[in-house]
Write a protein that binds this ligand. Structure first.
Ligand code: HEC
Length: 601
């Protein structure tokens, strides 16, 4: 990352020495003002937004709906407030027929908290999606609040846009509508007929989209000075030759070719891969883009991905990168080789090795490099220490783990995990056969502290066995609660589920009753096993309760679901489920000597 940053600065210096005029002229010559305004018949692109409660909503997820109705909402607008009761009534009567109703707020002046407050004050029990980048409203051509958009999930075409009915107008309203445009449109769609009146005019408050008229400026966004550095800073670490991403950003031509796909992954918040809701807490290594960065990239793409005339920064990437993201380890251990068969199910393997350093050592990080990523599902690096009072599950992941997309990190300052002289290294290896036999030799790098840290680190493992996730459940939630009976400092949070994992949340309830959402993962993704390291560790007084919620999607709408007809129970394999929450912490009052007597659940 540091390396990237340097490249970025160097590029800027270079670019500033160049003249401005060529790119400017070229941009001016080709600028086409791409103003989007969806009309009935247009296909609506996918998007994913979070609502006022931090829940995720993706348009394409609603493919099993008969129709999707969006209404433009804005705080403080009297017309939309007056339209809401009728909208809710329609929701109530059409919901059972498979019609989805959502509100979308693209207002510049409304943020999540303000939207939640408006929802509370007006009793709005319909999700209000926060279009924080305005990209969805821009593309759909929102003009006024209270306008409704009806989408047919069979084709993703817009079938109706306009007023809900003819009751409302500025400062006057009829006692009852004489024309019910939205209901008529829905009735027609449910009857398999075309919508009788596909477009009407809406009264409502104008929504300000300052970027909408800036097409010329978007066409002048500099690839060399703005776009390429943005990609280098946020994407190239993975999207490089030999990186974990499937394609490398090695030139303008590559980026241009993938431009529509980049637009899609940004609109659906799939890339960069980062799954914590930025509304709650700050985490180390947050990969998400700022609102302005997303807008810049998408506007550049919508302007036709102009190249400009400057040199292409992506052509000169620093190729050499160490395979260890944390730097060269102090010790590299090879996990005993394992032959993975071509097919079948392999039980977890638990190889152990004697402590290779031959004396007590304090570990401050581990990084795990699987030998064959195509068959290594996950690895836990732990301890087998008969003298430790730590529970076995705590010992098993004492040092950390690997799963695809997992980040390696140094333990917090002044903390470490003790590897005693007579303890053994213990590994949990989960192999998944992939059609051809393979031999895996996984390497584990250990990073040691020169001096004993001030505090031993512990792990709380939150789980509830006895899972039974009903077939076809779109959202099944289980909650685990845990109370710390001594004051602790909490450093990291990690939710874990398998392929049906949908969302997760950690909440703290302090002894004074104050409630704080520590981490919200609105769209859990099994492919990205992230340990969320709190930027500011949290001190929990004794008596603080942690609530860990995990939600699964066992419906056919979950594309990763191996079998929506099954009742899913707890199990190690990915077609079974887990609700596992890990918290790394230290006791506030515990020094290094207490390490051997520590207790954790
Ligand atoms: C931490 C690594 C990582 C970072 C950072 C990252 N990507 Fe990706 N990207 C991946 C991986 C892995 C895939 C393929 C798997 C997937 O889609 O999750 C991918 C897939 C994609 C795809 C293709 C989607 C598909 O699967 O068809 C696009 C487009 C993309 N990334 C764009 C970006 C952009 C733009 C950025 C930066 C703003 C970015 N990525 C940052 C790892 C990364």
């Amino acid at each position: 990352m540091a390396q990237n940053h340097v490249t970025f600065l160097a590029m800027r210096d270079y670019a500033m020495n160049c003249s401005f005029s060529v790119a400017w002229l070229m941009a001016g010559a080709c600028c086409i003002n791409a103003t989007f305004a969806a009309a009935p018949g247009d296909r609506i692109d996918n998007f994913r937004l979070l609502d006022q409660n931090g829940a995720s909503h993706e348009l394409r997820y609603l493919s099993d709906a008969k129709a999707v109705v969006l209404m433009v909402q804005g705080n403080g607008c009297p017309i939309v407030r007056q339209a809401l009761p009728a909208f809710r009534e329609l929701r109530d009567s059409y919901r059972s027929q498979g019609v989805e109703f959502l509100l979308v707020n693209s207002n510049l002046q409304d943020n999540r908290d303000a939207i939640a407050a408006e929802a509370k004050e007006f009793g709005i029990d319909i999700p209000i999606l926060a279009d924080d980048t305005q990209l969805v409203g821009e593309a759909l051509g929102f003009e006024r609040t209270a306008e409704v958009f009806v989408i047919d999930p069979k084709t993703w075409q817009l079938t109706y846009r306009g007023a809900l009915d003819d009751r409302l107008d500025y400062e006057k309203q009829k006692p009852a509508p004489t024309r019910r445009y939205l209901a008529d449109a829905l009735d027609a769609m449910l009857a398999g007929q075309s919508v009788p009146l596909a477009r009407t005019q809406t009264a409502g408050c104008l929504v300000n989209f300052p970027e909408r008229t800036r097409g010329a400026a978007h066409a002048a966004i500099s690839y060399s000075e703005t776009i390429a550095p943005l990609l280098q800073k946020n994407c190239v670490a993975c999207h490089r030759t030999g990186g974990v991403a499937p394609w490398a950003m090695t030139s303008y031509d590559m980026v241009r070719g993938f431009a529509p796909m980049i637009r899609e992954v940004l609109r659906t918040k799939r890339m960069p891969p980062w799954h914590a809701d930025s509304h709650y807490g700050h985490f180390v290594g947050d990969r998400s883009l700022s609102t302005a960065e997303v807008q810049t990239l998408v506007h550049w793409i919508e302007a036709g991905s102009p190249r400009g005339a400057r040199p292409d920064p992506l052509l000169s990437q620093s190729a050499a990168r160490t395979e260890w993201t944390l730097g060269t380890p102090d010790l590299v251990v090879e996990v005993p080789a394992f032959d993975v068969p071509a097919t079948g199910v392999v039980n977890y393997q638990y190889p152990t090795l004697p402590n290779p350093v031959g004396h007590d050592a304090w570990v401050r990080a581990v990084e795990i490099l699987p030998g064959d990523r195509s068959v290594v599902h996950h690895v836990l690096a732990g301890l087998d220490d008969p003298e430790s009072k730590e529970a076995r599950v705590g010992q098993l992941a004492a040092f950390g783990g690997y799963a695809p997309g997992k980040n390696a990190f140094f333990y917090p300052d002044d903390t470490g995990v003790l590897l005693r002289k007579d303890a053994r290294l213990l590994f949990q290896m989960h192999y998944t056969p992939n059609g051809k036999s393979a031999r895996d030799v996984t390497r584990v790098g250990y990073y040691f502290a020169d001096t004993p840290p001030k505090h031993p680190l512990h792990l709380t493992f939150l789980f509830k066995g006895g899972l039974a996730i009903p077939p076809h459940a779109k959202a099944h939630t289980e909650t685990v609660e845990f109370v710390y009976d001594r004051p602790v400092v909490v450093y990291t949070l990690m939710p874990h589920a398998h392929l049906r994992g949908k969302a997760s949340r950690f909440t703290a309830i302090y002894p004074d009753g104050r409630q704080e959402i520590l981490l919200n993962v609105p769209k859990y993704d099994f492919s990205w096993q992230t340990t969320y390291v709190l930027e500011e560790p949290k001190v929990f007084p004794a008596g603080t309760k942690v609530i860990f919620d995990m939600t699964w999607d066992n419906s056919a709408q979950n594309p990763a679901n191996p079998d929506p007809d099954k009742t899913v129970r707890w199990g190690d394999q990915t077609w079974e489920e887990m609700n596992a929450g890990w918290i790394r912490f230290r006791y506030l009052d515990e020094g290094p000597d207490a390490a051997k007597t520590a207790e954790a659940r």
